[in-house]
Design a protein around this ligand. Structure first.
Ligand code: ADP
Ligand code: MG
Length: 734
């Protein structure tokens, strides 16, 4: 029926194609203008860039009503010729570009001749300017791209002053939305701060109309750090580390970069990234994200950094023309450049962290070099087990290994063994790693160093290139991940990868672990017992029970004896009651699957040769690697086939029985349903967490730290499944 009515309605209004007509030019221009000038701050940016292009050394901005009533930018640049004033505000009039090829080598910030024109379509623009050697200047007002009158002579000293009044006076909706927003002024202030720390020999000022003092006033200086200090404050400048790097290899990338990045003492809610590419203030989301990843991996507590970065590359390598406001740019060889920058940021952060830690511990520098670092994360004062706190999904883990259905809590990333700790004996233990006094202890270091050297020698160069530069595509199944490298597609085994990465990280962080505090410390004996029972093939047999008890007892004793060493070198803490209460942080932001604790503790008890030092360290590290590896969670994957597991237990209700059913049974059914629902949602969470960790923890860390062993090229860990070149060849034939 509905269908018929629908047809009738259609029949009443014959569908003829609507007529196409040409938009009025003023409408076209206003639409275009609205794109270039989106908010007051975009007008300020264009005007200041024009002033900088005119080689000004002083730029003063006055703003009224967040810029909506008035934006006035005065500079002392070269001014505008009298003869050019007539076409100054027409669209596509510029002094900075004449042929399309010029775009390739553009060094100025403007080039499209659109900014001033755009402003005249959405505001009233008045220009006063004087050029060198003239006795007086000229003033002229514009509307819709043209002069409202002949230029009038006026008194002027040097440079140009542009006044933009009543912005968006003819765009009611935009004006209304902007009127309600309070942050236009702070956006403008933020913009000028950014300009001022890059163009350090230009004086900038920003003042609210009618106010006596300036909100921002910078004086030219020769030191970038001084500029940052005066604009962003001592507290920011104090935390900054200088960075620079460059590349001059035409086959990979050509660029120079220098800047400042904050260290572990800078803690903020949001990242501040001031980025100039070829002196143009721009955004580059990929680079920003890449740097955030490095911070999250190396300084999790200070993971929202302050970054000032200036990148210079051949003008023909930058496409500035990808965004109407020229804000986002794209670079040739962007991936390579980003990877190189990531690497320097990472090494700077590591070094600074190490320097700081050891400075505070007053330990002599060791010639043996890189052993690992102490994470300088700040002390979390909340008591362990404060479960009411909101925790992001990726941080929630199942903590109670003894409860098979599990419960969701989170672990606190407990207090690191940092310099804040005032237990002198622990501090001594920590520094002793570098300050060995007797022979035996020095040997410890050698054995770890040997294991690290083995990893380096065994590293497969081709795979190293793949892991350094690959991008994550997604999971192909429960253990295989798809990744792309250049034009090749690979599947890789996440379990093998993560196991080996964790093993390598344990060796690198040896004796320098942060701790994960278990919210419910678990007795070693119960953990071992649980693991043995799981292994037990014939659980009914009582003889086995005695044996299990004996093994448990022996292993527990053994581990208690080794507790001190496990704590000192591996951050595995067994408390006085024989409870496992802390495990190490191996990769920041990652907590292992606690279902695997029993198996891990058992392997510590069973598999280790405590006599041979190097073997002992190696096997413990491997056991940790296996424990922390990103195995598929024990609960079946609720997406796809795994869903059956949760659904098939659903009781089938017979509608006829329903009336007779007693309340009791109904209750049982609901409880069962609730449990199923809980189990399903738990399974969804653990699988989602794992995938999150693979993408956001495993991959970024792998790019930075992983040395893939040669065996991975042949044992099925990496398999190349497609290459674009070959695919193209196939398509060509079709
Ligand atoms: P673009 O900057 O892309 O060339 P604009 O519309 O921003 O386009 O400016 C048009 C032209 O006006 C510029 O090319 C420049 O020659 C001139 N101009 C604008 N502002 C100034 C200024 N403050 N000082 C000197 N010349 C200016
Ligand atoms: Mg311009």
């Amino acid at each position: 029926m509905e269908f018929e009515t629908h047809c009738e309605a259609e029949a009443e209004v014959p569908k003829e194609p609507p007529k196409i007509h040409r938009l009025d030019e003023s409408v076209v221009n206003r639409i275009a203008a609205g794109e270039v000038i989106q908010r007051p701050v975009s007008a300020v940016k264009e005007l200041v860039e024009n002033s900088l292009d005119a080689h000004s050394s002083s730029i003063n901005v006055v703003v009224k009503d967040g810029g909506l009533k008035l934006i006035q930018v005065s500079d002392d640049g070269h001014g505008i010729r009298h003869d050019d004033l007539a076409i100054l505000c027409e669209r596509h009039t510029t002094s900075k570009l004449s042929t399309f090829e010029d775009l390739q080598s553009i060094k100025s910030m403007g080039f499209r001749g659109e900014a001033l024109a755009s402003m005249t379509y959405v505001a009233h623009v008045t220009v006063s300017t004087i050029t060198k050697g003239q006795l007086h200047g000229y003033r002229v007002s514009y509307r819709d791209g043209v002069m409202e009158h002949e230029p009038k002579p006026c008194a002027a000293v040097k440079g140009t002053q542009i006044m933009v009044e009543n912005l968006f006076y003819n765009m009611t909706a935009r004006r209304k939305t902007l009127q309600n927003s309070a942050n236009d002024f702070s956006n403008i202030e933020d913009l000028l701060k950014r300009f001022s720390i890059h163009h350090i020999n230009v004086n900038f000022s920003l003042r609210k109309h009618g106010a006596s003092g300036a909100d921002l006033h910078t004086v030219g200086t020769s030191s970038r750090l001084d500029a940052i200090r005066s604009v962003y404050g001592v507290s920011v400048a104090r935390t900054l580390i200088k960075i620079e790097t460059s590349d001059n290899d035409p086959s990979s990338s050509i660029f120079k970069m220098n800047g400042f990045i904050s260290d572990s003492n800078y803690v903020a809610k949001k990242i501040t990234m001031v980025l100039f590419i070829n002196d143009r203030l721009v955004e580059c989301t990929a680079l920003k994200r890449a740097i955030e990843i490095v911070y999250a991996a190396t300084l999790p507590k200070a993971s929202k950094p302050f970054i000032y970065m200036s990148i210079v590359l051949p003008p023909e390598h930058v496409d500035v023309n990808v965004h109407p406001t020229k804000r986002e740019v794209s670079l040739l060889n962007q991936e390579v450049i980003i990877a190189k920058i990531q690497a320097v940021v990472e090494s700077k952060l590591r070094n600074s962290n190490e320097a700081q830690t050891f400075q505070e511990q007053i330990v002599e520098p060791s010639p043996s070099g890189n052993i690992g670092i102490i994470k300088d994360s700040s002390f979390s004062s909340s008591p362990s087990g404060s479960k009411s706190q909101k925790v992001p999904v990726h941080k929630m883990v199942r903590t109670d290994s003894l409860d098979p259905a599990g419960r969701l809590h989170h672990y606190l990333q407990a207090k690191p063994r940092g310099p804040l700790e005032n237990n002198p004996s622990l501090t001594a233990v920590r520094s002793s790693v570098r300050q060995r006094r007797n022979r035996k202890e020095t040997a410890d270091l050698t054995s770890i160093q040997e294991l690290i050297d083995e990893i380096d020698c065994n590293c497969h160069a081709g795979l190293l290139d793949v892991v350094r530069h690959c991008s994550y595509i997604g999971m192909a199944d429960d253990v295989l991940v798809l990744l792309q490298h250049d034009t090749h597609l690979y599947v890789a085994n996440v379990v093998n990868l993560s196991k080996e990465l964790m093993y390598q990280q344990v060796l690198h962080r040896f004796a320098h672990f942060n701790a994960i505090q278990l919210s419910d410390p678990a007795p070693l004996s119960e953990l071992i017992m649980l693991a043995l029972k799981e292994e037990d093939l014939d659980p009914e047999c009582n003889e086995n029970d005695d044996l299990i008890e004996k093994i448990t007892e022996m292993n527990t004793e053994l581990l208690k004896q080794k507790a001190e060493m496990l704590e000192e070198y591996f951050g595995i803490h067994v408390d006085v009651h024989g409870n496992l209460s802390r495990i190490p942080v191996i990769l920041d932001q990652y907590t292992p699957d606690m279902d695997r604790v029993p198996e891990f503790v058992l392997s510590l008890g069973n598999d280790i040769d405590w006599e041979d030092e190097k073997r002992c360290f190696q096997v413990i590290s491997a056991a940790l690697g296996n424990f922390y590896a990103m195995h598929p969670p024990m609960l079946p994957n609720p997406s796809g086939d795994g869903l059956q597991y949760y659904k098939k237990r659903k009781p089938l209700k017979n509608p006829e029985d329903e009336e007779n059913t007693s309340n009791n049974i109904e209750d049982d059914v609901t409880i069962e349903e609730e449990m199923e629902h809980e189990l399903l949602s738990e399974a969804e969470t653990v699988w989602a967490q794992r995938e999150w960790s693979i993408q956001h923890v495993l991959f970024p860390s792998m790019r930075l730290f992983f040395k893939p062993p040669a065996s991975m090229a042949t044992n099925g860990t990496f398999v190349q499944v497609a290459s674009l070149e070959k695919l193209y060849k196939i398509f060509e034939r079709c």
